[in-house]
Design a protein around this ligand. Structure first.
Ligand SMILES: Nc1ncnc2c1ncn2[C@@H]1O[C@H](COP(=O)(O)OP(=O)(O)OP(=O)(O)O)[C@@H](O)[C@H]1O
Length: 381
């Protein structure tokens, strides 16, 4: 069809270890798509949520094997990032989303708890945090007011003495099932900023980051009922981390030093980025224009970070934006990182689609240390 694009993706250098998939959202009169090695995988418009998730599923196994994992959706506004990460929302917010319409986050939570159920009882606990980065501020979406209602509370990102980034006082909630994960996400999604634009009537104006921290006891510690889990059964602040600057952090005590090992913690970060936007096309003004400018600046900071990593520069500008500072451990650290590029294959969005593919190509050129396993003794039958 003359209005649509056929993507012919080609790439000279494929040297990095960041995986990049491209998802093309369906449009009317779509003919066909050709994929090639710019990305590790191209998901055509006809591919279901299930098929997309099949590619992601093995990462959940590696999470339980001791690797940090980050899955991030990137793309222009309206290209299908929220559809890919969370899934289609029904008109009726109280209605359950059909399995076939669920995105990566609910499916990943489901798979994670399925895998945990196959492990020895009480060997794993999962805590969850949810933040949004809105107008370059980090908001803790699980923080509650005195009536118990979730309210976005501003938090800072700091660099710890080990050079990693950390959010002191971030709220973590213990979750025991994928239903609990989705209940919490649905309760905070209403806090996420949305605005109508000329390109997308329900455009997300913030980056949305769900983190599931899995604590796994080493096999020799299974007899031990950890005091940490007692703390985690109520609401906690920053228990999953070791921020040396965090005033809220109280390290989990080892009950018998020298005999048991503390639990190993691995993180699954699921990121629905706000969409890059050409303000001329989206027609935003006033507060929405400021939001767009913050979104575009943070995405360009993300691209700068990738550029610095590609060139192996001694200084990587993570602190230039709250988004990159927050994602520092996943982008430059030891996490297995999958970027899902979302594109709308129409002539009208050619420049945005090329920009997204350029971002993906840059990510593919980053050569990082191979993902590191937290503890080789972790694998439990
Ligand atoms: N692969 C797909 N299959 C079916 N519908 C899709 C697909 N991708 C996107 N859509 C639909 O397109 C619309 C826009 O998608 P979505 O809200 O996910 O965009 P977005 O990239 O998150 O936008 P923004 O950055 O502005 O928030 C939604 O109605 C969504 O259901």
């Amino acid at each position: 069809h003359e209005d649509n694009l056929v993507f012919i993706l080609c790439q000279k250098e494929l040297r990095g270890n960041i995986r990049v998939h491209c998802r093309v959202r369906p449009i009317l009169h779509f003919d066909h798509i050709q994929g090639s090695p710019t990305t590790n995988r191209v998901h055509g418009p006809e591919e279901s949520q299930e098929t997309v998730f099949d590619e992601v599923k093995p990462l959940l196994t590696s999470l339980l094997d001791g690797y940090n994992v980050c899955i991030m959706a990137y793309g222009q506004t309206g290209s299908g990032k929220t559809h890919t990460m969370i899934g289609s929302r029904s008109e009726d917010p109280t209605a359950a989303v059909q399995d076939s319409q669920q995105g990566i986050i609910p499916k990943a939570a489901n798979e994670l708890f399925k895998l945990i159920s196959e492990k020895p009882a009480d060997s794993h606990t999962v805590e969850m945090s949810v933040v949004e980065v809105y107008n370059n501020e980090v908001l803790d979406l699980l923080a509650r007011d005195e009536d118990g209602a979730t309210v976005g509370v501003k938090r800072e990102v700091i660099t710890t003495c080990t050079g990693t980034s950390e959010v002191p006082c971030l709220t973590y909630e213990l979750v025991r099932s994928s239903a609990e994960v989705m209940q919490l996400i649905n309760s905070v999604l209403k806090l996420r900023s949305h605005s109508p634009t000329l390109v997308h009537m329900d455009s997300s104006r913030s980056h949305f980051i769900v983190t599931l921290t899995v604590s796994s006891k080493s096999p020799d510690a299974l007899w031990w009922s950890p005091r940490c889990s007692r703390a985690a059964s109520s609401r906690t602040s920053s228990p999953a981390s070791s921020p040396c600057h965090s005033p809220c952090h109280s390290p989990c005590p080892s009950p018998r030093p020298g005999i048991t090992q503390p639990p190993i913690k691995t993180k699954l970060q699921l990121v629905d980025l706000a969409g890059s936007e050409c303000v001329g096309m989206s027609g935003v003004t006033g507060a929405a224009l400021w939001e767009s400018s913050c979104i575009n600046r943070s995405l360009s900071a993300l691209s700068d970070v990738l550029g610095a990593l590609v060139e192996r520069r001694p200084h990587v500008p993570y602190p230039n934006s709250k988004l990159t500072h927050l994602l520092q451990n996943a982008i430059g650290g030891d996490a297995t990182l999958l970027i899902m590029l979302c594109v709308s294959p129409t002539q009208r969005f050619l420049a945005e689609s090329l920009q997204s593919l350029g971002f993906g190509a840059r990510a593919r050129q980053v050569q990082r240390e191979p993902s590191r396993r937290k503890n080789t003794a972790l694998k439990m039958k």
